[in-house]
Design a binder for this molecule. Structure first.
Ligand code: UD1
Ligand code: CA
Length: 492
């Protein structure tokens, strides 16, 4: 078997208008599995390790170009001129390559589409290997469809491909052919360049068809064959939001299936959405209605969900995250989060720590074993180890203009409704009283009390709210107390 030679280039066609998306956003920038369609296409192209990666653009050029360069800074951008068609698009790609210093483009040139996101690097690599091992001038990736209407049809003479005819240009008999052109090819660069020079726009759509190249190359004596795939999803494009959703659901089905095969329990695959970029270790459990996005990483024995959305969150071994919305956060091993927690970027929960019900956190480091169990907000703060933050505690971190930091030591016990008016520091082992508004630093081991001693004004309700339900209730209570105080012998 011959070694596969590195392709000279992959040219990704991305100049089309995509009007059926009905969107101000260019079609190929719409996402599935957390990555744009063009992002998936570029990742797959990179997967076959080409010397050059070219994207041909035209429609919404600036937005598309910015996005591509942000995704992969080494992509060469080629502009398609006003001549329409996939053939002209490839020609513009080859011209840009030549201008960038590859004057006589030789070797293998691969063509893919920016709107075919599920094509895998494995299948594209297989196409390149097939093309090279057969010594072909052109190799097309094809598939058989129940309903091939709209697609270009593969014309064959045995195992050789004699040409491709577009649906609009096809005869009734040709329209009966179910083997379709995916639009993904490997070409010998010289044969491709030569053939493209002969392609006209004399067809039903007035376009310069790339598909004409196959017939021309074959007529010039080159070998042309097809690699047939049975996995139609890999060659499927998205033209509108329905097709995009179908592809997104299939991508998710594949990702969730792979996760289960690799040792994750997924209770309800239908309501579990996992980006391909997410890492799940063995023996993780995902409960229903959970979405895991971006650089999220879930360690062994962790349980996530139900009803949880995590984006770029790392979860340590054995942690539990229940009904939580989190992004840019780290949860330590054995940590407990939720239900109903909102973790914002910069939240770092130490091992066995807790962020409980109805807590919002942002830019806060919480030490090992520290607990923020109920109802509060912690932002711009550092909390030591084994500290217990009482119910309803708030860091008042914002003075209206600037954010300030709260530093709380280890083994601190704060009582309910403590407000930390930042900047402020609470020493190790300190306590606060209920309702304390802490404006000054608290030394280690001190108890901070800021609420005035309680004074009861007797009979205030009877005097100020005479005849009210409260006054009546108070009078009855008073009566009962008096009755209870009477010696039992006096009772009737
Ligand atoms: C094309 C093929 C058809 C194949 C089908 C598979 C041709 C002539 N026909 O048809 O045989 O079955 O794909 O989906 O190639 N593009 C450009 N510049 C252009 C035109 C298109 O970059 O001037 C890009 C589009 O953005 C898109 C891809 O090429 O990513 C395919 O274009 P599209 O118009 O969808 O081709 P089809 O007519 O569907
Ligand atoms: Ca198409």
């Amino acid at each position: 078997m011959t070694e596969t030679v590195r392709p000279t280039a992959v040219i990704v066609l991305a100049a089309g208008a995509g009007t059926r998306m009905k969107s101000a956003t260019p079609k190929i920038l719409h996402t599935l599995g957390g990555t744009s369609m063009i992002g998936h296409a570029l990742n797959t192209a990179r997967g076959v390790d080409p010397e050059h990666l070219v994207a041909v653009v035209r429609h919404q050029r600036e937005k598309v170009t910015d996005h591509i360069q942000h995704h992969d800074g080494a992509v060469l951008i080629a502009d398609q001129d006003q001549t329409p068609g996939t053939g002209r698009a490839v020609e513009c790609g080859l011209e840009a390559l030549a201008a960038a210093g590859a004057p006589a483009v030789s070797g293998t040139v691969v063509v893919t589409y920016g709107d075919v996101p599920l094509l895998s690097p494995e299948l594209l690599g297989k196409l390149v290997a097939e093309h090279q091992s057969k010594g072909n001038a052109a190799t097309v990736l094809s598939t058989e469809l129940e309903d091939p209407s709209g697609y270009g049809r593969i014309l064959r003479d045995g195992d050789q491909v004699t040409g491709i005819v577009e649906h609009k240009d096809a005869t009734e008999a040709q329209r009966g052919i179910r083997e379709i052109n995916s639009g993904i090819y490997a070409f010998d660069a010289a044969s491709l360049t030569e053939a493209l020079a002969q392609v006209s726009t004399d067809n039903a759509q007035g376009e310069k068809y790339l598909t004409d190249v196959l017939g021309l190359v074959r007529a010039a004596g080159g070998r042309v064959s097809a690699l047939v795939t049975e996995d139609r999803w890999q060659v499927e494009g998205a033209n509108d939001r329905l097709q995009l959703q179908a592809l997104a659901a299939e991508l998710n089905r594949r990702t969730v299936t792979a996760a289960m095969r690799a040792g994750t329990t997924v209770i309800d695959p239908a309501t579990t959405w996992i980006d391909p970029s997410v890492i799940l270790e063995e023996d993780t459990t995902i409960l229903p209605n959970t979405q895991l996005h971006g650089k999220t990483r879930i360690s062994r024995d962790a349980v996530i969900g139900p009803d949880t959305t995590l984006t770029d969150v790392t979860v340590g071994e054995g942690a539990q995250v229940v009904r939580t919305h989190g992004s840019g956060a780290q949860i330590g091993a054995g940590g407990v989060v939720g239900p109903f927690a909102y973790l914002r970027p910069g939240t770092v929960l130490g091992e066995t720590g807790k962020i409980g019900a109805f807590y919002e956190t942002k830019n806060v480091q919480i030490g090992r074993g520290s607990k923020l169990s109920h109802l509060g907000y912690a932002g711009d703060a550092i909390i030591g180890e084994h500290t217990n933050i009482g119910c309803g505690n708030i860091t008042a971190n914002y003075d209206g203009e600037h954010k300030h930091r709260t530093v709380i030591g280890s083994h601190v016990r704060t009582s309910s409704n403590t407000v930390f008016v930042a900047p402020v520091e609470i020493g190790d082992g300190a306590y606060t009283g209920a309702g304390a508004v802490v404006r000054k630093d608290v030394p280690p081991g001190a108890l901070a009390l800021t609420v005035a001693p309680q004074r009861n004004s007797a009979g205030w309700v009877a005097a100020k709210r005479p005849g009210s339900k409260s006054a009546q209730a108070a009078e009855e209570a008073q009566q009962n107390t008096n009755d209870d105080a009477r010696p039992t012998t006096d009772r009737k």
